[in-house]
Design a protein around this ligand. Structure first.
Ligand code: GAR
Length: 193
């Protein structure tokens, strides 16, 4: 399977750490649009194949960017793509090619707070709980069949960073649990308190 990341890559590391023993998947490729993503160096150190396609030379031509991505993915014969903090919006064309085989983690209790700044928005709304969602990726941003959700309390005085850190702990538990099931063909949602 392939893991698409940008940023720190802590979810990618949690997925890779779980893919041992009787896990039905193995990490085949870690991909980023950012050569400096911390997870790329980490994956290399683990002996996992890595690939980078910088989006910047493509400007607004997303289909060309995505054609370049598919070209680097092709030799790896990936069965599943896990998005892990991948912050580029993918086109309908790309997504439809991977439909049913691409999953994402999003730091909110979808359908609440699609898009960015989820923790700031949850605090501004006065929510008493927050969380994260793993879902199949479809053409609409942060939509698609739900595969798992984990909830955390919002505590008095929380900053967005406090909440993000509390949610991230749950992301690292939920995403590997969901991937184990999904890779075995089981799409039954997992709900963690
Ligand atoms: C995670 O909180 C993930 O849910 C979020 O980015 C962070 C990545 O952390 N994803 C999104 O916001 C997707 N739109 P990581 O790189 O350490 O896994």
């Amino acid at each position: 399977m392939g893991i698409f990341l940008s940023g720190g890559g802590s979810n990618m590391r949690a997925l890779v750490a779980d893919m041992t023993g009787d896990h039905p998947a193995r990490p085949a490729l870690v991909f980023s649009n950012n050569a400096d993503a911390g997870g790329i160096a980490w994956a290399k150190g683990q002996g996992i194949a890595t690939a980078v396609v910088d989006h910047r030379p493509f400007g607004n031509d997303r289909p060309a960017f995505e054609a370049a991505i598919n070209a680097v993915l092709a030799p790896h014969a990936l069965d599943i793509i896990c998005l892990a903090g991948f912050m580029r919006v993918l086109t309908k064309g790309f997504v439809s090619g991977w439909q049913g085989r691409m999953i994402n983690i999003h730091p909110s209790l979808l359908p609440k707070y699609r898009g960015l700044n989820t923790h700031t928005r949850a605090l501004a709304a006065g929510d008493c709980e927050a969380g994260c969602t793993v879902h199949e990726v479809t053409a609409e941003l942060d939509e698609g069949p739900l595969l798992g959700q984990a909830r955390v309390p919002v505590e008095a005085g929380d900053t967005p960073a406090d909440l993000a850190a509390r949610v991230l702990v749950q992301e690292h538990i939920l995403y590997p649990m969901v991937l184990r099931r999904f890779a075995a063909g089981d799409k039954t949602p997992i709900y963690l308190r």
